[in-house]
Write a protein that binds this ligand. Structure first.
Ligand code: ASP
Ligand code: MG
Length: 417
């Protein structure tokens, strides 16, 4: 069986949903589980609605806009104005309204997950209804009944044994008869609350289902032709990698390549399930195949990670940085779930480049400010070149203000303003 994942961009309008349905139809005869994200920018809109609700600001216009966005898609897909999908949509928006109304009485991360999950629940419902109207035998399932997680809301971790046994027991028989349509990004904690796996987490959901079902492959259908050596929105003349091995692909996601969610590779690599990254705009093209024996690529990969903060911890008393200093800084980073993207030390200071999450970073700085003199810069970009050449370094660094520069055998990294 195969697992497909369609991101928000693939179902951002009615034409998109039709195209996705066409792709699914060409795999008639295959056992298929399809994971779909929220339509277009719905997750961002849901985040905004929650902020408005928590800030006691009226959100009537914004929720109407989001409802109308989905309604227009539904109207364009279904001729029958009495089709039950209208009832489904209204119900989901009622549930969303209820969640927003009680938002202030619940812990933020918990209510966040409940609110944003509506995007995936709605998109998957619409896609399933449309496929059914096209006479594709398909079934909508609620991913929360299968993806079991802990209660670390917004970054929930998977309970693999429980997830594996539920998926196996209940979904294998369904796949023999029908295409399964389900949501990415969401799960359920053991206390019964909706959880999410982190922004852009639908790729990871696809990998979880694939790993539990021991799928023959996972295909992520994107608006780019596959894994490119750079983001085509930033760099002209990108090159497509026809194949990659798991290790190289994982490393690119670590550096910040947003083409695949970083957690996706590991469960697939563990089971040697190939990951295909293909274009939903050119579904006949093979895209990129990521697998164990994928050839290492020599074309330099250039990855931009924006909104970075560079924090420098300076020793206060003219002594040198010791392993004990490093260890106490790392201990704090681990406790606060802050991930280092690149680091460097000198005789008297340690610098770390981290994602620009103000809440976490402010807390880190205040926790360590009695021990160190701390300086930081925000709004920076981390540029990584894997398999660098002199030319690519020159191209990427010229004219920029470099705040940190590092070079290892294969990797060149700079933090720039
Ligand atoms: N809809 C979620 C997000 O935008 C999950 C995903 O698209 O993968 O973060
Ligand atoms: Mg999305």
């Amino acid at each position: 069986m195969k697992v497909f994942k369609f991101g928000g961009a693939s179902v951002k309008d009615a034409e998109g949903v039709k195209n996705v349905a066409d792709i699914i139809k060409t795999y008639k005869g295959d056992q298929l589980l399809v994971v779909v994200s929220a339509m277009g920018n719905t997750t961002n809109a849901l985040e905004e609605l929650l902020q408005l609700s928590l800030g006691h600001t009226s959100y009537a216009d914004q929720i109407n806009e989001l409802y109308n966005y989905h309604l227009q898609i539904v109207k364009a897909l279904f001729e029958d104005i009495h089709h039950e999908v209208h009832f489904f949509l209204a119900q989901r928006f009622q549930s969303l309204t209820r969640a927003l109304q009680k938002a202030r009485r619940q812990p933020f991360n918990q209510v966040y997950d409940e609110v944003v999950a509506h995007g995936e629940l709605i998109s998957s419902g619409i896609l399933q209804a449309y496929l059914a109207s096209m006479e594709v035998a398909c079934r909508w399932i609620d991913a929360r009944n299968y993806i079991s997680t802990n209660n670390l809301h917004r970054e929930a971790q998977i309970n693999w044994p429980l997830t594996g046994s539920k998926v196996n027991r209940e979904l294998i028989p369904v796949l023999e008869e029908e295409v399964i349509i389900t949501q990415g990004f969401i799960g359920k904690s053991s206390d019964g609350y909706t959880t999410t796996l982190g922004r852009e987490g639908s790729d990871f959901s696809a990998a979880i289902f694939a790993s539990c079902l021991n799928a023959e492959s996972v295909t992520i259908w994107k608006d780019v032709p596959g894994v490119l050596n750079a983001d085509p929105r930033i760099i002209q003349d990108t090159v497509l990698y026809p194949e990659l091995n798991y290790y190289d692909a994982a490393e690119m996601t670590y550096f910040g390549a947003s083409v695949i969610h970083p957690k996706t590779i590991k469960p697939l690599a563990n089971q040697q399930i190939p990951l295909l990254v293909r274009s939903f705009k050119q579904p006949e093209e093979p895209g990129t195949r990521i697998f164990e024996e994928g050839a290492s690529q020599t074309v330099p990969a250039i990855v931009f990670k924006k909104n970075q903060t560079l924090i420098t911890f300076h020793i206060r008393d003219y002594s040198f940085i010791t392993e004990r200093n490093l260890s106490s800084i790392f201990f704090m980073l681990d406790m606060m779930h802050i991930k280092i993207n690149v680091m460097q030390n000198s005789a008297t200071s340690v610098s770390i480049c981290v994602d620009g999450n103000t809440t976490k970073n402010d807390a880190l700085i205040s926790n360590l400010s009695s021990e160190y003199e701390i300086r930081y810069n925000t709004g920076l970009t981390l540029i990584t070149i894997k398999n660098y050449t002199d030319n690519t370094i020159e191209e990427m660094s010229s004219g920029k203000e470099l705040l940190l520069e590092q070079r290892t055998r294969h990797t060149y990294q700079i933090v720039v303003r």
